[in-house]
Design a protein around this ligand. Structure first.
Ligand code: SAM
Length: 281
């Protein structure tokens, strides 16, 4: 059997040998091209000496790229026990540098396995990707424990993350991402790059935390943004009723015209609204 340049077997062979037929219920669309996984790993910046958290390593294509580019340690959380033997082979090839945790990334805390700030790099399962992103963006304290996020999403979700006010894609995810981070789409990945191919194009998004522009409770901001976009086409004086209070004084104190719609508000205007909502309790 011929080996890949990293000295491990080609991914197709790994998948066949370990019987890793992709399961839709686990959002499994595997990347088999090691040039592509290397490109995703590079998009997170130079990896020499870095600590990385990977969600959903699957058969390990991206994991291998992170390790071969010099990551000091990869902590990988995988829900599918079928993948563990394949990942153990990678761990043996890079002694002491790969820790695999079997479990649900929504429940597992990888931080005890890290010695310092880590970056998160993942080809995320589509069914939990947005939920994880929102959690990483809304801890009470900032800066967060991660130093960057390099994540694969469906192109449509990626567009929502980076969207500017006034655009069709601008919404809850845009505000929650851009409030505390810079976000950009690095490159697109066609369906044909995955096994099995998904229906839509995917994109790699890179986010870096910035200093918060205001000391605001993320839970309050989340509520305000969810209410404002709950009825996208409605004026704020209507949609913000979802907060369970009269929106008029809120909008007036924040200096925002009550006839405007959520999609026209800048991030700073959402922050002003959240600040007032917070002060009113
Ligand atoms: N990283 C691999 C690659 O790029 O080929 C696999 C990516 S695949 C899109 C998503 C992976 O996440 C699968 O291996 C799946 O089993 C795993 N997964 C799904 N839900 C998960 C969860 N809640 N926590 C951790 N891993 C999960």
């Amino acid at each position: 059997m011929s080996l890949a340049p990293d000295g491990l077997p080609p991914l197709r062979e790994v998948i066949a040998r370990h019987g890793l037929a992709a399961k839709k219920s686990l959002g499994q669309n595997f990347l088999l091209d090691l040039n592509l996984t290397a490109r995703i790993a590079r998009a997170s910046g130079p990896l020499e000496g870095a600590e990385v958290i990977e969600v959903g390593p699957g058969p390990g294509g991206l994991t291998r790229a992170l390790l071969s580019q010099g990551a000091a340690r990869v902590v990988a959380i995988e829900r599918d026990a079928r993948c563990l033997d394949a990942l153990a082979e990678i761990a043996a090839h890079y002694p002491g540098r790969l820790i695999v945790i079997e479990g649900d990334a929504l429940e597992v805390d990888p931080r005890p396995h890290l010695t310092g700030p880590a970056r998160i790099v993942a080809n995320l399962p589509y069914n939990v990707g947005t939920e994880l992103l929102v959690r990483w963006l809304t801890p009470p304290d900032w800066p967060p424990f991660w130093e960057s996020l390099t994540l694969m999403f469906q192109r449509e979700v990626a567009e929502r993350i980076v969207a500017a006010p006034g655009s069709k894609a601008y919404g809850r995810l845009s505000v929650l991402a851009q409030w505390r981070a810079t976000a950009r789409i690095v490159f697109d990945v066609p369906p044909s790059a995955f096994v099995p191919p998904p229906k839509v194009t995917s994109s790699v998004v890179h986010l870096r935390p910035v200093e918060p522009r205001a000391a605001i409770d993320p839970k309050v901001l989340e509520r305000v943004v969810a209410a404002a976009f709950s009825q996208r086409r409605k004026m704020l004086r209507q949609s913000l009723k979802a907060l369970g209070r009269d929106p008029a004084p809120l909008l007036e104190t924040a200096g925002i015209d009550p006839t405007r719609r959520a999609e026209t508000l800048s991030i700073d205007e959402f922050l002003a609204l959240a600040r007032v909502a917070q002060s009113l309790g």
